[in-house]
Design a protein around this ligand. Structure first.
Ligand code: HEM
Length: 448
């Protein structure tokens, strides 16, 4: 029987704490400290800190009472750099109208295109290199994969090569360089440097937009076809290229480390039908967006706490996902965990700003897990380092290597590079599952 050991669980907790401590130690200490001080904690100079999943969700769903665009909000800082229309700096009817137009942007058909044109080659290469016995750094791997995704979105040549992919990824990363917990406005130098990176990406976007090639599968072309003006395209693309690429590339190495450290990769390999549930649990545990910012538009009383207009709210998703009432033994990583429907997907937000790219996220993360599930043996972590100066805490290096291959399996393998197909792993239709979730969530969108 495959078992996860307490030792493995402790190792996972320890590495996850180090991932945060390496770069966000003061925030980690504050967030860990306030966890037990109640559902809502007022910290002068920072704002209301929210620890309770139901209250957090209620705030996210109340877009009249709480906005992303008030003074000192993240939205106002985004506007400083990329201008209007970036979704995360929009509210009310304009935001509703824009998200309604984008509803089908990441349709199942588009995800299949992404799988074929973007994800298949890196996945095959990952499999090949590991089977050849090489060490693979999953952090660099994800930077290249995300860079390739950016190429595809912008309509650049898809086989531009690793150097271009890494460069595009690092532009996205510079654009989303971290800001302090108490920062409410970017200074001029910061705005200028971020805007220079943004303009570089938008120069490519403009070429694709003006080329207007109806045969292209790029996001720019899709937005053009939806009738968006170039200014609108710029805003939406800014959101997709920044939050979309940084979240996934930060998540995958941490998710793999969790699977390996806790011994649950063996369980996933034995039961690949758990893939979606493994991704859910990894996202709960990693919480790629650990804090969601809002400002109070209208004074509200929630759960007996008065939240006064004009103040900031920090929804501590990091704590929400560790609430023992909703997630028993929250520091235990368990890919068979069943998440209560009320709090499931809260790692993607809730209400009108619910993540637009969550289907794509499952597809991207799933493409890497599929490789690990179908290799002839488990991978193990050879070395790791913790990243600094990043928006989303993650590893700076996570080097994995294929472990010893069990004899019987080895004998069965014709062409090991084709194992995924041979072992029927492709039968798992994550896209369809995720699409179902979108409909479920889509129904609730804006219903607050
Ligand atoms: C690990 C994967 C991801 C996680 C955990 C995640 C999480 C989130 C969260 C929590 C929000 C809402 C933030 C708030 O309300 O303050 C959000 C919004 C958003 N996400 Fe994601 N995201 C992920 C991947 C992606 C991808 C792959 C894309 C697209 C390429 C994407 C595009 C967006 C956009 C455009 C928004 C803004 C939506 C709006 O404001 O209307 N995300 N995401």
């Amino acid at each position: 029987m495959i078992q996860t050991t307490d030792h493995g669980q402790a190792r996972a907790v320890w590495h996850e704490l180090l991932v945060y401590a390496a770069d966000h130690l003061p925030a980690l200490l504050l967030v860990e400290a306030v966890r037990n001080f109640g559902a809502v904690v007022w910290v002068p100079g920072v704002g209301y800190l929210v620890n309770d999943p139901e209250l957090g969700k209620a705030i996210l769903e109340d877009s009249e009472g709480f906005t992303k665009t008030g003074p000192g909000s993240m939205g106002s800082m985004i506007t400083q750099v990329v201008g209007e229309n970036a979704l995360m700096n929009m509210e009310g009817p304009a935001h509703q109208a824009m998200t309604a137009r984008l509803h089908d942007l990441f349709s199942a058909a588009y995800l299949d295109v992404v799988s074929g044109q973007v994800l298949a080659e890196p996945a095959a290469r990952l499999r090949r290199e590991l089977i050849e016995g090489r060490d693979v750094d999953l952090v660099s791997f994800m930077h290249r994969l995300s860079g390739k995704m950016i190429c595809h979105m912008l309509g650049l040549t898809i086989d531009a090569g690793d150097e271009t992919y890494e460069r595009l990824w690092s532009i996205g990363s510079s654009l989303t360089a971290p800001v302090g917990l108490t920062t409410t406005r970017l200074d001029d130098a910061d705005v200028a440097s971020r805007r220079a990176h943004f303009d570089e990406l938008m120069d490519h976007a403009r070429v694709s937009f003006e080329r207007n090639d109806p045969g292209s599968d790029s996001i720019i072309q899709r937005l053009h076809d939806l009738g968006l003006s170039f200014d609108e395209v710029k805003g939406v693309t800014a959101a997709l290229l920044t939050v979309g690429t940084q979240t996934v590339s930060a998540t995958v190495p941490r998710a793999v480390a969790l699977l390996v450290d806790t011994g649950q990769l063996a369980l996933l390999r034995a039961r690949p039908e758990l893939r979606a549930s493994a991704i859910d649990e990894a996202l709960r545990y990693v919480v790629p967006a650990p804090i969601m910012l809002r400002s109070v538009e209208k004074t509200r009383v929630l759960g007996g706490h008065e939240l006064k207009a004009g103040r900031r709210v920090l929804i501590l998703a990091y704590n929400l996902m560790k609430h023992p009432g909703w997630f028993p033994k929250p520091r235990r990583f368990d890919i068979t965990r069943r998440h209560h429907r009320k709090v499931k997907y809260l790692w993607f937000g809730a209400g009108s700003h619910f993540c637009l790219g969550f289907n794509l996220a499952y597809r991207e993360i799933g493409s890497v897990l599929e490789v690990l599930e179908t290799l002839p043996a488990e991978v193990r972590v050879v070395s790791r380092g913790y990243a600094r100066n990043v928006l989303i805490p993650t590893y700076s290096r996570l080097v994995v290597r294929l472990g010893p291959v069990a004899k019987q399996k080895h004998a069965d393998d014709g062409d090991p590079a084709q194992l995924g197909e041979q072992h029927g792993a492709r039968e798992i239709d994550l896209g369809a599952e995720a699409h179902g979730r979108k409909r479920q969530v889509g129904d609730g969108r804006g219903a607050s």
